[in-house]
Design a protein. Sequence first.
Length: 443
Amino acid sequence: MSGIEHESAGARDTTEGRVFAVTGGDWGEVVDAAARVDDERIIVNMGPQHPSTHGVLRLILEIDGETVKEARCGIGYLHTGIEKNMEFRNWVQGTTFVTRMDYLTPLFNETAYCLAVEKLLGITDQVPERASVIRVLMMELNRVSSHLVALAAGGMEIGSTTLMVYGFRDREVVLDIFELVTGLRMNHGYVRPGGLAQDLPPGALDQIREGVQLLRSRMQEYDKLATKNPAFKARLVGVGRLDLAGCLALGATGPILRATGLPHDLRKTDPYCGYETYDFEVAVTDTADSYGRFLIRLEEMRQSLRIVEQCLERLRPGPVMVADKKIAWPAQLAVGPDGLGNSLDHIRTIMGESMEALIHHFKLVTEGFRVPPGQAYTAVESARGELGVHVVSDGGTRPYRVHFRDPSFTNLEAMAAMCEGGQVADVIVAVASIDPVMGGVDR
């Protein structure tokens, strides 16, 4: 700037050096030019309080009339610091945190985390068969309950209150089973490193069989209400399109990816918990739109019920926790009037056996077990796509680092590609077809 000389520039010396004040042209001309431009674009904030943005998702839309010209996501309104908090708790306590991330699929969060911890411990093959079968059973029931919320919330957002009522009505069937088995409807902390917190309680198998039969009979109601409904199809067909190339470029997984015709499902491509031994089909469509994702979720519920029935046939008596007492959670839990708690009979046994047994119980619960140094990555096919967890241990009783690849976070990147160029009303449908859960996005 020191060499600039201009008739519109005034210069003065200061303690910081020479400062120039440069003025532009006639401001009135700029205003007149802006007024002549026929541009009615405005910025609209849809959320974070908007009921159609799945909680606290903020959508920043630049619209021209009813057409969306630019769409961006604003996240972080539900940040809980779960991943950071886990660094200050022992390995078992970590399940209490991860179950609260994607609060619609808590059992997937728990299983993915525990599989990674078991991989670091080198006890993957030591997990009892009964525990693995129950994990699969609970995850598939969780997939059903999550998809029911996706259908119910999506229906409500386009004006189908009947679909909303049906979805939440049927979800209660699954939540009642969860409450019986884990003591809680959500945020269970049921899957633990090495197995499960407790075995199935009396009456659980009968209630699960009845629930599966009831849910299977109601699947046809969704076909009658939505699948072949012209008004429903008019709102979803061709809306929120994202082809295979777009999914691969953005890392989208789950129903979004399978709606392009690619049958990518970790239960088949990279099985865990014995999924390779179950008989089920991967639901796919080739529409690449919101309607195809709806059809996939509907078919996946049917396939999940099919897997649950196979789990019921496979259940054999046996332990649900590894035999190694240096790792196994020492308390036997029971569902009491206040939810899930320690079995008083088991505590009396520990306290009556020996002082060494009591000391071991105390140290394992308060301090936790040590995990060998290293890192591991495991992934499961949650209701929304690939849920991965990267766990790092420094050899202590607490994680050095835990990071999740949450499918809601990754899939939301596709929002702009789905919505730009479409109508404002279609943004609601596109986001509903992504089915994001902000607890998993923000963590």
